[in-house]
Write a protein that binds this ligand. Structure first.
Ligand code: B3K
Ligand code: ZN
Length: 843
């Protein structure tokens, strides 16, 4: 496989003025005609190369004359005039047998496209690169009631539609949908008074699951006007739900395509978490209209330009719609669970990678989530107002362009006068910096000293100090904020910050709001964690204090057989009983650190982690939590019941999450009765599913599981939960067998990515079950990756990340994993996607 390098970037030799496409739809023999006006740039080559894969060329003409291009597996090469010319081609493609779900494919009888990153080349010959932007007109012929493409409708009649998108765009934003769909329609009036028709297209039967998505879309449109001054720019905005989709959703211009799990919602079938995720993804795709579509990426190395920024924007949106501290805490939990392992293992790469084999493998937590963290740091450093000015300039200066990280940083430099060359290292250095903090106190002067350390890695052999914004506040020993939050701007490898004029030695609260994506290590003279859990005014750090106490206690239980730390238990007892605190926030306080987080800590301590022992200690800790909180759990459960009609808003979902956290713990002591009652009486999925989870966890849910299947067997999205729950809640010694049994279920449609992930993704997420000593989970995973790879390389490659932390385990496990990896790698014809992932992981 070839490696592509950022340093080799060359602009394309031709401009594309205009693209006209005609589709004659047929399940196995779709014809695509293209008419493309090319204009050679000065110095253009005498031959043009057009990307194309899995296409059958029927005919090609230049300015009306037949040509015979040289065809390869990657595209075609053809001699061209040194003046503007019209390229006309006709190709045949086979959507029905396109199981990779990239290009034009079929899902339950409906036609659908996915072109990002390089799927358009599976539709027709084209310069399939984001810096080639053009205006598209599309004609669709096919016997389907709904025929959609980007932009505005020019005409429709039976079996025929014409579309025109006035905004120049790269091919990856092209979309086409055709099928027997129904629309849930609404409209939105923009700030300047333009009326926009909104449609959410779904399969007949799903009409009742559209209202929430539509509300989220309108809220997003309004928010982007109010917060970023960005209006929508077409008369029409369509969203389509599709059952077979490799990821969450796709921001095609004016025609967003969504995994049905990321848009369809109803109280009966969706949990509060589902609603939250749907709202965020709808916002994310909508926000791409400006950050991604109007301003796009010059090349795929710049992916974080649109993804980091758009994740940052959707997290701001969720913070505004719901609770900002809760959003921040859940984002950090997610970052540590997904991005940190990536950044600290064999898949580590910079936020802006410098090479790749398969770009689809770089839609990662690092590009997305760390990319968003980098923007959060930038905003923290320059301040909210300067951030706003820089963004205004970004939109003004770069509208209609395909840009780079250099362009992005330049608008900040130009508006603030700052030199961001050191800050830019966040984009080029891989790895999670470790930040160590020490303190000292001399009569009235308090000093905080920090050291930053970034481990060398393959992509970052010689790490240099980064700019780290450390938001810090100081508390008095009685818990008052004596120095309010301020940004300490660290630029050196080691650096001290001095605070004068203090009456008594303060308690520091550092890295408030998790102001930088680092691992903080405390070498403070005294351990203030329990104090911060009780008193910190920063909600993030207060939660973090609880988490640190829990982690430290679990590690001592694992390594020394110690008893659970009473300071931790007293601390959470106080927080749980504090009715002034947001219920959602309190529910988060009860969660324990992830088991793979603990593995990492153990490795750092020089210990060999035992997944089973970690699992048992976490179980034991939950029991101890339940006992310590026994006096308040029943009351917490009762007091947070929602009696009003179900709404997926922050207030109600917060109350449900606390009640369900209480239910989970109290059931460990009192048994299944409360959960059974809740399962039976529930009128919404949040209550039903959490009751089922509680029951499965105490090995009591067999009847409910059967009842659930009966009740929901007609609903794919709910059945995904049914599949996943059984794996997630299996005991470690039964996890592989449970997953294997589920793959035999008649409804285990493994070619559907959601269903595949429901079983295999849950297997990977069950830490102790996946790493159970007999190695059966590794083998099962390998079997299924081998089977899925020829069908759907993207979903296979993504699942390979399950093995990325394998070097953290003992020799026996490593041998078993190595054997599984080698077995997959030895499969003839393994895809480029999976080969790249596994070679990097295997090392
Ligand atoms: N831009 C798409 C992701 C495309 C993934 C291609 N493998 C969704 C998003 O980030 O909004
Ligand atoms: Zn995105």
């Amino acid at each position: 496989p070839t490696t592509i390098y950022l340093k080799d970037y060359q602009p394309f030799g031709f401009d594309v003025e205009n693209v006209e496409l005609t589709f004659d739809l047929h399940p196995t023999k779709t014809r695509v005609k293209s008419r493309i006006s090319f204009v050679p740039k000065p110095g253009a080559p005498a031959q043009i190369f057009l990307d194309g894969e899995n296409l059958t060329l029927i005919s090609a003409r230049i300015d009306g004359t037949s040509v015979q291009p040289v065809i390869s597996a990657e595209g075609l090469t053809c001699a061209v005039p040194d003046a503007p010319f019209l390229w006309e081609a006709e190709v045949e493609i086979d959507p029905e047998n396109n199981t990779a779900l990239e290009g034009l494919y079929m899902s339950n009888g409906m036609y659908c496209t996915q072109c990002e990153a390089q799927g358009f080349r599976k539709i027709t010959y084209y310069p399939d690169r984001p810096d080639v932007m053009s205006v598209f007109s599309v004609e669709i012929n096919g016997p389907h009631p709904v025929l959609l493409s980007n932009g505005n409708v020019i005409s429709t009649s039976r079996a025929h539609a014409k579309w025109h998108d006035p905004w120049p765009k790269p091919a990856y934003l092209f979309a086409l949908v055709a099928g027997d769909l129904v629309a849930h329609s609404d409209s939105f009036v923009t700030a300047s008074g333009r009326n926009v028709d909104l449609n959410l297209y779904v399969r007949p039967g799903d009409e009742g699951k559209c209202a929430f998505g539509m509300r989220a879309l309108k809220a997003s449109m309004k928010w982007d006007e109010e917060v970023y001054g960005r209006e929508y720019d077409l008369d029409l905005f369509n969203i389509v739900a599709v059952d077979d989709f490799n990821m969450g959703a796709m921001e095609n211009k004016g025609l967003n395509v969504f995994n049905s799990s990321a848009v369809l919602a109803s109280p009966e079938t969706s949990t509060d978490e589902n609603f939250l995720r749907i709202e965020a993804i709808i916002a994310h795709e909508y926000f791409h209209n400006w950050t991604g579509n109007r301003i796009t990426c010059r090349d795929w190395f710049q992916l974080c330009l649109k993804e980091g920024l758009t994740v940052y924007r959707d997290s701001q949106f969720t913070s505004d719609m719901r609770s900002a501290p809760v959003k921040r805490i859940t984002d950090v939990i997610d970052l540590r669970a997904r991005q940190f392992p990536e950044d600290q293992g064999p898949l580590a790469h910079p936020v802006r990678p410098e090479s790749f084999q398969e770009i689809n493998n770089f839609y990662t937590a690092t590009v997305y989530e760390k990319g968003a963290e980098v923007i959060g740091m930038l905003r923290c450093l320059v301040g909210a107002e300067a951030y706003g000015k820089a963004l205004d300039l970004y939109f003004e200066r770069h509208d209609g362009q395909a840009c780079t990280i250099e362009d992005w940083l330049k608008v900040f430099e130009d508006t603030t006068g700052r030199d961001l060359s050191q800050f830019k290292r966040w984009y080029s250095q891989a790895g999670t910096p470790r930040l160590t903090v020490r303190d000292a106190w001399y009569n009235g002067t308090y000093i905080l000293s920090f050291t930053q350390n970034l481990a060398a890695s393959e992509t970052t052999p010689d790490p240099q100090p980064q700019v780290i914004p450390i938001v810090t506040g100081l508390l008095s020993p009685s818990g008052e904020e004596v120095v309010p939050s301020q940004v300490l701007e660290m630029t050196q490898a080691t650096q001290s910050f001095t605070f004068e004029g203090l009456k008594e030695r303060p308690v520091p609260s550092v890295l408030r709001g998790f102001s930088a994506p680092v691992v903080l290590e405390s070498e403070l003279a005294a351990d203030h964690t329990a104090f911060l859990l009780a008193h910190d005014t920063d909600p993030f750090n207060r939660w973090e204090a609880g988490r640190s106490l829990a982690r430290a206690s679990l590690l001592k239980m694992i390594t020394e057989g110690a008893a659970p730390d009473p300071a931790y238990l007293d601390g959470i007892h106080a927080v749980m009983g504090d009715a002034t605190l947001d219920p959602a926030y309190r529910a988060l306080m009860l969660n324990l650190p992830g088991q793979s987080d603990l593995v990492k800590s153990l490795c750092d301590m020089g210990e060999t982690p035992d997944p089973q022992a970690i699992w048992e200690v976490c179980r034991a800790m939950s029991h101890v939590q339940a006992e310590r909180l026994q006096d308040i759990l029943p009351a917490l459960f009762d007091a947070h019941q929602v009696t009003e009609p179900y709404e997926p808003n922050a207030d109600q979902s917060g109350r449900r999450s606390l009640a369900n956290a209480a239910l989970r713990l109290v059931s460990l002591i009192d048994g299944p009765d409360r959960a059974r009652a809740q399962f039976t009486s529930a009128d919404n999925m949040t209550q039903q599913l959490s009751a089922l989870g509680v029951l499965l966890r105490i090995n009591e849910g067999a009847d409910e599981l059967a009842a659930f299947e009966q009740q929901w067997k007609h609903d794919r999205l709910v059945m995904d939960k049914w599949f996943g729950m059984q794996v997630i809640h299996a005991d470690p010694d039964k996890t592989a067998a449970t997953a294997a049994r589920l793959t035999e279920h008649p409804d285990f449609n493994w070619k559907n990515p959601n269903r595949f992930r429901a079983v295999m993704g849950s297997l990977a997420a069950h830490h102790a079950g996946f790493h159970y000593a007999d190695g059966q989970s590794y083998d099962l995973m390998a079997d299924w990756l081998i089977r899925l790879d020829p069908v759907n390389p993207q979903t296979t490659a993504r699942m390979c990340a399950a093995f990325q932390t394998w070097r953290r385990y003992d020799d026996r496990r490593q041998q078993k994993i190595a054997a599984a990896l080698d077995r997959i790698l030895a499969t003839p014809g393994l895809s480029r996607d999976t080969t790249e992932m596994l070679t990097r992981i295997r090392g």
